[in-house]
Write a protein that binds this ligand. Sequence first.
Ligand code: PM9
Length: 453
Amino acid sequence: MVEHLRMTTDVEREQAISAAGFNTFLLPSRLVYIDLLTDSGTSAMSDRQWAGMMLGDEAYAGSENFYHLETAVRRYYGYAHLIPTHQGRGAEHILSQLCIKPGQIVPGNMYFTTTKVHQELAGGRFVDIIIDEAHDPDNEHPFKGNCDLAKLDRVIKEHGADRIAYLSIAATVNMAGGQPISLSNLREVRERCQRHGIRIFLDATRAVENAYFVKEREPGYAAMTLEEILRETCSYTDGCTMSAKKDSLVNIGGFLAINDDELAEQARNMVVIYEGLHTYGGMAGRDMEAMAVGIEESVQLDHMHARIGQVEYLGHKLIEGGVPVVKPIGGHGIFLNASRFLPHVPREQFQAQALSAALYVDSGVRAMERGAVSAGRDHETGKNVFPSLELVRLTIPRRVYTQAHMDVTAESCVNLYENRKSIVGLKFTHEPKYLRFFQARFAPVEGEQVLRT
Ligand code: PM9
């Protein structure tokens, strides 16, 4: 499948971003030239996946595609029970409602937006236990997704194991820049948690990308296949939530996978309220088939090598051009360090939001804010949270763009960096209550445009 990409004029883009309230989520995709908003559901499916779509068994109950998917999840992820959901947040909702009691703590290796909101809606509170290096964009630690064991010990001591709902561990860590967690770290976390009877749930959304980094960087794993590393990763956890729209190469879908029989039974009962019957969970049979095939393709080394290689290609071009980016380069995108990019814009004027809007105006490249707007307000105090990382994410869809698109993107970022003084900060004109980054609207703090000409 190929898709026409439309070039737009400067004037069209200025009008479009203004009409979108300077939020790239609110732009119509027909006005986007290179779409690096997200790698979620934006990958190109293979011929084998499309062939699988033709084999959709759309029976309400017991679809053949469900059993195929269940076999794939058991084989590659290793969990006993599969509960399909319409996408990742459907699984997060069910897990949070079942496993968090009001007042409980959920420690994890950096928050993720949808995960955290579901934890809070269930009455929990997320506590960050990621290593300090993850909060420093320039630190080149190879596993910035690692948990700090001393922080974990402190949380257990302070709150008591009973008040910890479970550990929420992501592989890779999206908000840190797609940074991996090492298996030696995960193993140690597992040992600690077992001693205290605390369960671990994995956010497996990009666990295959994590496996690639483990193979590349962690001593003892070079000779193992991605499939073996993925299985080992999951073996240190009690279950996972999954947005299959990333690693698994589908446009829609997700799942919750669990080892415990009783918890799985509860989840199966809950899925029928919010998602659909436990053998489709909000997906069409054809979507489950495409996912089963996608899972198998995702662990192929040549695929993952090309995928991460393309991200690295863009990253190195930006570094050569002097653009400040999060290092080391992560799995699913390049994260521009907006605080360093725009020191003349105060953090209260949402540097990353302004930078992503300005990038669109410059070249029609659509990126995403990953900073204070995404972090939202403190659940208890209602104050804006200003995270250590104020980033713009250039997210690379899988199997979609060519190196030429990466070159255009890099040129625009370098050009913008050279003209960074022309970028103006933003203020809220509309702020939604939940996950505000999706639908918020802004205006420039002075003048009409985010990029002064
Ligand atoms: N991630 C992303 O663009 C799409 C929505 S948020 C902008 O990165 C993790 C690690 C994710 C994720 C989605 C979800 C939620 C859970 N965990 O979007 O509901 O990166 O399928 O998954 C997005 P769903």
